[in-house]
Write a protein that binds this ligand. Sequence first.
Ligand SMILES: O=C(O)c1ccccc1N[C@@H]1O[C@H](COP(=O)(O)O)[C@@H](O)[C@H]1O
Length: 216
Amino acid sequence: MSSPAIKICGINTPASLDAAIKARADHVGFVFFPKSPRHVALADAVALGARADGRIGKVGLFVDADDAVLGEAVRTAKLTALQLHGAETPERAAQLRARFGLPVWKAISVTGPHDVARALTYTGAADLILFDAKTPAGTLPGGMGLSFDWSLIAHWKGPLAWGLAGGLTPGNVAEAIRLTGTPLVDTSSGVESAPGVKDEALIASFCNTVRAASPS
Ligand SMILES: O=C(O)c1ccccc1N[C@@H]1O[C@H](COP(=O)(O)O)[C@@H](O)[C@H]1O
């Protein structure tokens, strides 16, 4: 079995982008959510998008964004996928997929089996489900370094591609892969020295650990 694909989210500087490319991650994430410490302004998205072009996947992260925000980001950063991290319905996911012609990743916060079952409602509407932890009310809907009970999604066999996010670090990602068999891992705060500040050594360590890990 091949090692999971890797997404390093919250890339907001050329140095962190270069570190993710050098570490051979498959995707970077650009956060288009002003409340996030990782938010990327459109002017920076142009430069980062151009620097990444053809070298790594570029996933735009949005939280209940309107079409104008999405369209501007898709155009400026030349995104390769949309990650919806808010309360977007299956209908909205399908609408955005049709409008922008890009794969849609839908984040689902997991607190119990009912959330895992909810992923199925995105069949035919999203391309990939990203299982993530639920964050406390009034905080960011992701990027908080929180994990959930991985046994809830262990070796998930749904009709959609999927991945695991939430509190993944170089120290726990091997265990997460072993327990879940996830085909994709996504991290943000786990490879930072402070909120919004990526650490190049942690990015390298995370990617190397993922490639060395194997599912049970
Ligand atoms: O990173 C953010 O600031 C963010 C803001 C709003 C929604 C999601 C966000 N990040 C995503 O959350 C998961 C888990 O992050 P972490 O590894 O626990 O820090 C991941 O997909 C991030 O891309």
